[in-house]
Design a protein around this ligand. Structure first.
Ligand code: N01
Length: 579
């Protein structure tokens, strides 16, 4: 005799009106097996379209996809996932370059949906390493039996909507195909790597790596002449670690970036106990906050306080560490004069650290207001340029002319190298979607729909692409907020929307064109009230040649955005057509 558990698999398991499972005393039911929980087999009783392979297909097994599988299975839906990598983790699976860490504190960059999970997992450091985050995601996947939902090493090539059937068909590079009612694109925002087309790029005969596609095998720098192209977060995190053992390191910098030391440290037992005792309140504050963590700026404007008070605040935020420095004062990224005070403070700190004033000059950005590109959270970055085995090359003065079999030739000299590392970033926010051939109503391609920049309603849905949801995509706070809580908020919203469709015996939910127009205008208005559009950042798509210049995330705040989504749902999914 087998039983189906009568306790929730997750919030929403027993939503009114939905076909939730009950305790079975008799022989195994005839539903489709959807997983196991504490040794019991779970069967779906969702009366979806039996002609479809699945109720939901989830693309991606990063932190968004994993939660989507868990949540929707918990609603009794038949869920299947595809993941191009061999394992779970998404960006944390691939970005295993030396020094890779998250710049959001580990105690916040973790799931909140399950209290037991939250209590049983203990982070060892304030800013977790990639390895620890991946171990955490592995733990989550095992704990909730999520891997069983996935085909790994399977890349989704096309997704096509069938107007007649109100369903999607997904095809993959292994030849596997699947039909489903709902499609969840949990494809990640920093997943599609950018390897710039530098002359001779593929001619280099030594070892070549991209930080975003780092191999699983150990990479040895000792005794080697290493070149790194790119000084964004990935470059600035890996450079100090590489410099420790490389014979010589050449850093090819096109644009300098602002960085603030992480102030990383091990977490004490007392601190962890206090966090765990107050997690609920911490999460509540995070959900209401601007950035998805329980941090708020100083309560006064940078221009309202005198120089001594301003310095005290900047000292405090500098010592806190990391990108939050951009939010020390509330007007720092909206008012250029306020921004200048932060910029001058950081410039002075860089000059204190870097011994050679000419090198310090090269390391200080001059092309964007501080904080309008993500401030890097580093561990010893500027100090690295005091080492004898490190050379900084300013590509603005001496651009790369050619990559050659033996190294890199700039307009000034040739650098002989044994290893070349591309820390050149991503086709962010839209790249992972545009690399899939997504076809909506009447065969319309998402690439065409977004030719002038991404157009979504709430970052979640696209007109003409019914039943397709994007998690943490363009038009949502996404990378401007805590991605884990962002993913939970999105997936919970989508799960409720799917319930709503089922409860109303409907087949499709689709963003209305007017709703998309107004949301795009709202996102643009919010961005234009800030200094962000003035930077050539990946937020703007400016790092990819030919990409439309549009500020992609929603910058109205995480809490405010959550409220808007909730109001839309409460108003019967205002702006969506349900049919
Ligand atoms: O990528 P980037 P990233 N020739 O785009 C340079 C998150 N992240 O992987 O600025 C020469 O920021 C480019 O130069 P320029 C985080 O949100 C987080 O470092 O275009 N150089 C730039 O210096 C971050 O913002 C963490 O002039 C070229 C670099 O390559 C985001 O991911 C860690 C070039 C790319 O920097 C992306 O970071 C890592 C060319 N042709 C990443 N093309 C943490 O949590 C590009 N570059 C801490």
């Amino acid at each position: 005799m087998a039983t189906v558990p009568d306790r929730p698999l997750g919030a929403g398991w027993r939503r009114p009106g939905f076909r939730s499972p009950t305790v079975w005393e008799g022989p195994l039911p005839k539903g489709r097996q959807i997983g196991t929980l504490t040794g019991m087999t779970i069967y779906s009783h969702h009366a979806g379209d039996p002609g479809l392979d699945y109720d939901v297909v989830v693309v991606g097994a990063g932190l968004s996809g994993l939660y989507a599988v868990h949540k929707l299975r918990g609603q009794g839906l038949r869920v299947h996932g595809y993941e191009s990598a061999e394992g779970v983790g998404g960006t944390w699976y691939h970005n295993r370059y030396p020094g890779a860490r998250c710049d959001v504190e580990s105690i916040d960059y973790s799931y909140s949906f399950d209290e037991e999970l939250q209590q049983e997992w203990t982070w060892s450091e304030r800013f977790a390493t990639q390895a620890e985050i991946l171990a955490y995601l592995e733990h989550v996947a095992d704990r909730f039996d999520l891997k069983s939902a996935y085909d790994f090493l399977t890349r989704v090539n096309t997704t096509v909507f069938d107007d007649e059937r109100g369903a999607w068909t997904v095809t993959t590079d292994t030849g596997a195909t699947a039909s489903c009612r709902f499609l969840i694109m949990a494809t990640g925002v920093l997943s599609a790597t950018n390897k710039p087309d530098i002359d001779g790029r593929d001619l280099f005969a030594g070892e070549t790596y991209h930080t975003g596609e780092w191999p699983h095998e150990a990479v040895v720098f000792a005794g080697k002449r290493v070149g790194v192209i790119g000084t964004g977060s990935s470059g600035m995190q890996s450079i100090p670690v590489i410099a420790e053992t490389a014979e010589h390191l050449v850093v090819f910098q096109r644009s300098p970036n602002y960085s603030v030391p992480a102030g990383n440290r091990p977490l004490s037992d007392e601190f962890i106990a206090e966090v765990k005792a107050n997690y609920a309140e911490r999460r509540r504050l995070s959900r209401e906050s601007g950035g998805g963590t329980p941090n708020a700026p100083y309560p006064k404007s940078a221009l309202e306080v005198d120089a001594a008070e301003r310095k005290r605040v900047y000292d405090e935020w500098w010592n806190r560490g990391g990108y939050l420095f951009a939010k020390a004062f509330p007007d720092q990224t909206t008012n250029i004069e306020a921004n200048d005070t932060a910029r001058e403070y950081v410039e002075a700190r860089i000059r204190e650290i870097v011994r050679d004033p000419a090198v310090a000059d090269m390391l200080i950005p001059t092309d964007h207001p501080i904080g309008t590109k993500r401030i890097v959270t580093d561990s010893g970055y500027f100090e690295t340029f005091n080492r004898d085995n490190v050379t900084l090359v300013n590509l603005r003065e001496t651009p790369i002319e050619q990559i050659e079999p033996t190294g890199v030739r700039t307009s000034a000299q040739s650098f002989e190298l044994d290893m070349l590392i591309f820390a050149t970033g991503f086709d962010a926010m839209t790249g992972s979607l545009s690399r899939i051939d997504v076809r909506g109503r009447r065969g319309r391609a998402l690439r065409e729909e977004w030719a002038a920049g991404p157009r979504t309603y709430l970052g979640l849905a696209v007109h003409g692409f019914p039943n397709m949801f994007i998690v943490t995509g363009p038009g949502s706070p996404s990378v401007l907020a805590n991605m884990v809580l962002g993913a939970e908020q999105h997936v919970d919203w989508v799960a409720d929307a799917i319930n709503y469709v089922a409860e109303h015996n409907a087949t499709t939910i689709e963003a209305e064109t007017d709703a998309v127009d107004s949301w795009v205008a709202e996102c643009s208005a919010k961005a234009s009230n800030t200094l962000f559009p003035s930077a050539n950042s990946w937020y703007m798509g400016a790092n990819i040649e030919g990409k439309p210049r549009v500020f992609m995330p929603y910058i109205g705040g995480f809490g405010a955005y959550g409220n808007i989504c909730a109001e839309v749902a409460e108003a019967g999914y205002k702006g969506f057509e349900i049919s």
